[in-house]
Design a protein around this ligand. Sequence first.
Ligand code: ES4
Ligand code: ZN
Length: 322
Amino acid sequence: SPLRTIVQQMPKAELHIHIEGSLEPELIFALAQRNNVSLAYPSVEALRAAYAFTDLQSFLDIYYAGASVLLKEQDFYDMTAAYLQRAAADNVRHAEIFFDPQTHTARGVPMQAVIDGIYRACQDSPVSATLILSFLRHLPEEDAFATLEAALPHRDKFIGIGLDSSERGNPPEKFARVFARCKELGFHLVAHAGEEGPPAYISTALDTLQVERIDHGVRCTDDAALVQRLAREQVALTVCPLSNIKLCVFGDMGQHNLLQLLDAGIMATVNSDDPAYFGGYMNANFEAAFEALPLGLHHAQRLARNSFAASFLPPAQKQAYL
Ligand code: ES4
Ligand code: ZN
C-alpha cells in the first residue's frame, strides 16, 4: 500500500536498540566457531526455535547466552557493523545504541575491547550513531559504579547512560546514586521503565533518576494522571512494538497501545529493541504496528518527526531533520 511504502522510505532515527540484541543466530554460530565457544544448541535452526518467550526474563536468559560468543574487539565490531548496515536498509539515518558492558566484563572481556569494537564500527558507518552505556539493574548499584569507573577512560565514546535487564523488583531508585554521578559527569540519562514494571517506576525514573526519556513506558496507560503528565512534559517513550508482543506485554499487535499513546499527545517513537530475537528491524516494527492498528499518514509523519525530536543529536543536526 502507499502508506506502507511511505513508512518504509521515510528517514528515521532509532533510539532503542540493544546491540547485543542485534546478534543474529548465524553470527552467533560463526563467532562461537571463531572463538571456540560451545553453545547449548546444535544448530542455527535449533537456536532460533528456542526464541519462544513468555516474559522478559525468559528472553534475557537466552539473550545473555547468545552474547557469550563475544570475546574480541573484532567480534563487537562485526556485530555493530552488521546492525548498522541493516538499519541503513530501513532508512535509519541516526541510531542511539545501547550496550551492556557488564554482560561482557563479567566473563573477563576487557572494557576496552567492548567499547572500541562498537565505537569503531559506528565511526566507519554512513549512519550517524552514538552509544548509551546501560547498567544491568538485576546487579547491585555497587557493580554499576565499578562499571562506570572502568568506562570513564572511554568517556568520549558514549553520550548517555541507560538502565536495563530484569525490571520487576529492581526499581529505578536502586540506582539513584550512580545516576546522580552520571548526571554530574554530563551524560544523557535514560531508563527502561513500565515495560513489565508498574507505572510508578516511570514516575521514579523521571523524578529520582532524572532521566530525559523512558524506554518502553507502555504501562503508563494504567495511570491516567501519568499519561497526562507525560503528554504535558513531552517525555519521549521509546516504544518497541514487536518486542512487546514477543514478551507478552500485549496479547497481540491489535491490542498494542501505540495509537492510544500518540492520540493522547505523548511523544512516542517506534524502535526495534532486540531485532534478532523479536522478529525484525525498524521497518518490520513500523509495518507490524501499521498493519494491526488504524494508524494513518499523520501518525507515520509524527513518529518519524518524534524520533529525531527525542534524539540526543546536537540542536543544529536535529533541526535539519525536523
Ligand atoms: C531488554 Cl526488551 C529488554 N528489556 C529490558 N532489558 C533488556 N535488555 C535487552 N533487551
Ligand atoms: Zn530495551
